[in-house]
Design a protein around this ligand. Sequence first.
Ligand SMILES: Cc1cc2nc3c(=O)[nH]c(=O)nc-3n(C[C@H](O)[C@H](O)[C@H](O)COP(=O)(O)OP(=O)(O)OC[C@H]3O[C@@H](n4cnc5c(N)ncnc54)[C@H](O)[C@@H]3O)c2cc1C
Length: 427
Amino acid sequence: MMNNKTEAPSPRVVIVGAGFAGLACARALGSTGARVTIVDRHNYHLFVPLLYQVATAALSPADIAEPIRKILRRHRNVDVLLGEVAGVDTANRSVCLADGERLDYDRLVLAPGSRYNYFAHPEWEAWAPGLKTIADARRLRSRLLCAFELAERERDPQRQRALLTTVIVGGGPTGVEMAGAIAELARHALVRDFRHVDPAAARVMLVEAGPRILAAFPEALAAFAHRRLERLGVEICCGLAVERIGADSVRIGGDEVAAGAVIWGAGIRAGCVGDWLGVPVDRAGRVRVDATLAVPDFADIFVLGDSARFDDPGTGNALPALAQVAHQQGQHLGRALRRQLSSEEPLPPFRFRDRGNTAIVGRNAAIFDFGRWQLKGRLAWLLWAIVHIYLLVGFEKRLLVAIQWLWRYLTYQRGARLISGGDDAAR
Ligand SMILES: Cc1cc2nc3c(=O)[nH]c(=O)nc-3n(C[C@H](O)[C@H](O)[C@H](O)COP(=O)(O)OP(=O)(O)OC[C@H]3O[C@@H](n4cnc5c(N)ncnc54)[C@H](O)[C@@H]3O)c2cc1C
């Protein structure tokens, strides 16, 4: 039997975004007295770290995405809404959806993530898409595969070489993983399937404006990744800025490079939470939060994940935009609200536990940075695979991905080489 306390109007918690942060928060608040509504513009939770594998035909979209309803179905107190959030009416404590509907809240959790930052060149996005959603990954996959198809029909060697050139902008983990995966796609998976082009001659360029790739990793690990990428045939250009991006070429350090595909991975910017709340943001568009993840002056509004600026009390530095940060913040806040709702305890401060930073460079090569110790090569690659399979949502997904990776490891094949949708890939 319920007691009076839970029968009193239970608090309404609205969570915006079912990414790593929002979903962890909703799960922690599941099966409690709170009335939780989680709203997302997509009906699925996406495991973003493996998105590049969809873009490079190693996995299918359904392998890395799970319906939000399915994940949360056993929590009867959690409502899932498909909708686009357009703003927040802080005076009336309601979230405004793009279709005009409003969701009233007692506690609001904002976790809409981030988008790519084109550094004052929004026009580049049309020619150099980033990788954030399933639609981005499918578009990119079509564009890459289509470039090989067009090259097969092209008789002009110069034009053929241009079609087989892919430029990746940004030498962070996303750029490095994409570069390695594209080089392997061309050299191993496509090499026997074409008659008039040699996919192994495909040119993959990784352009980084800073002095080295993987700036967030220790120098020794970055140097290892650099060598492994070069061994795969990737051309790495550090200290060079992209000056212009057009329909079929990129200007890099004064040189025009003709390219069949350009991919952007050079930086992110938080979404529109600052505008929604009318509060200042930092240079990366993030809203500053206090130790409990609440927005100063809005005790009932919390910002998590890529949208939040949280300065680690230990190091004084802002926490990076990583899935583990978002997940830990979501879980922490969900548990803290859970306790607060039942016992009115004050919210405890959030503490980040660094579980290590990783990037994969290609077959048998990954790097792991655990702070005090580091790992690289085959063992790191194996650990990377185990960790990523473990982190996928649901046993079925884990099994499916593990089997596909094993098959791919043994055969070098890529199962999802589909050109789909009438997009600009065949331009
Ligand atoms: C290609 C790529 C690779 C990455 N690899 C790694 C990695 O290997 N390891 C790692 O730790 N991190 C990685 N990251 C970073 C990691 O994915 C992010 O830090 C993490 O996803 C942030 O979680 P989040 O919950 O803040 O946002 P997200 O996971 O981005 O979720 C935001 C959610 O909000 C929804 N949303 C946004 N705006 C609205 C709106 N207006 N209305 C309704 N819904 C909305 C979105 O649909 C989405 O579901 C990678 C990122 C990218 C892009």
